[in-house]
Design a protein around this ligand. Structure first.
Ligand SMILES: Nc1ncnc2c1ncn2[C@@H]1O[C@H](COP(=O)(O)OP(=O)(O)O)[C@@H](O)[C@H]1O
Ligand SMILES: [Mg+2]
Length: 313
């Protein structure tokens, strides 16, 4: 099996997800999987009905791989990167996660709309609109509440606002400096303050889980914000909810975040480019190995011909 990982940064850097890239390359080598990393800007997209077996990389026509794994850095919201993923999909290459999924999930409001439709417990969420009706926000969501930028990641665009006065001040500032910014307001799940549960779901199966505990005084449990991670045995309720979430959003490789509630869990979000440094530490699970195995299974199920070709069966 040949897998191409699409990753925009330098693999040897300290950048977000570079560590994970090195893990994918190392595990691929151990497993006999050919893993190659390409940056989105190495591709040129020529759409043609004549050559359906190749793509242009660094100006050269190159044979297609068996699998594409987009692992864009979290701030890559470019049309170009999505268009590359679509090009592979339309030429019949297997992709985890596909372009529609990436688009759906990076829009936090859309993701919550899908979850609510599927009756999956998730904090009530409102799209910000100026002028803001503070009474309505207070009546529906209450204070404290959470403010998030629509496309944020790694915890950097998430704020806990204690009362109407701070909310008013922040919204005035935003309106004057960034009137076009897209934001959501969300019910604060106080029971989960400073901790959450991360569950990795690959092709509908729970692969690993961990609890994340925020730095003292912080409410955000992102590993990238300095949270501590610890082993957590994923109970049935959490597992079912994480699997249901991945299915509703059609995510093949999903990092699902669950908030703790008095009675169980509420889905905070699902991520399509889950970092897993902390998860491997906490759970002892070999994440790249599990993902490559799921890819191979996917190919086997889809194409008996390819199985024959690969294994001579
Ligand atoms: N509604 C909420 N109630 C309580 N804590 C929350 C809520 N939303 C987010 N958090 C905390 O903030 C962290 C980051 O929020 P999240 O929506 O996952 O944004 P990001 O995509 O930046 O990781 C979560 O891991 C959780 O610890
Ligand atoms: Mg998150």
């Amino acid at each position: 099996m040949e897998v191409w990982i699409l990753y925009g940064d330098d693999i040897d850097s300290t950048a977000d997800l570079a560590f994970e890239m090195r893990r994918f390359l190392a595990e691929g080598e151990k497993m006999g999987v050919t893993v190659k990393a390409f940056k989105p800007n190495q591709f040129d997209l020529l759409v043609t009905e004549t050559n359906r077996d190749q793509i242009i990389i660094d100006g050269q026509w190159t044979d297609l791989p068996d699998f594409i794994f987009p692992y864009f850095n979290h701030s890559d919201h470019s049309y170009f990167s999505l268009a590359i993923v679509r090009q592979f999909e339309r030429m019949g290459v297997a992709v985890f996660n596909n372009a529609d999924t990436l688009e759906r999930v990076r829009d936090k409001l859309h993701a919550h709309q899908v979850l609510a439709e599927s009756k999956i417990p998730t904090p009530d969420t409102m799209l910000a609109k100026f002028p803001i009706n503070v009474e309505l926000v207070e009546a529906t969501l209450g204070f404290p509440l959470i403010v998030k930028t629509l496309h944020g990641a790694l915890g950097s665009g998430v704020f806990l606002i204690e009362n109407t006065k701070s909310f008013d001040d922040l919204m005035t500032l935003v309106h004057e400096t960034q009137p076009n910014i897209l934001m959501i307001f969300q019910k604060f799940i106080a029971h989960s303050k400073g901790r959450d549960l991360r569950v990795l779901v690959v092709e509908g199966k729970v692969i690993a889980g961990m609890q994340r505990i925020a730095k003292p005084g912080d409410f955000k449990a992102n590993y990238s914000q300095g949270a501590k991670v610890e082993a957590f045995k994923v109970d049935k309720k959490a597992a079912n909810l994480a699997i249901k979430t991945a299915k509703a959003l059609d995510i093949q490789v999903a990092g699902v975040d669950l908030l703790f509630t008095e009675t169980g869990y509420s889905i905070c979000e699902a991520n399509t480019f889950p970092g897993f440094k902390g998860l491997e530490q906490a759970s002892g699970v070999n994440v790249p190995e599990e993902i490559f195995k799921a890819m191979q299974n996917h190919l086997d199920a889809k194409s008996p011909r390819l199985v024959k070709k690969l294994f001579g069966a």
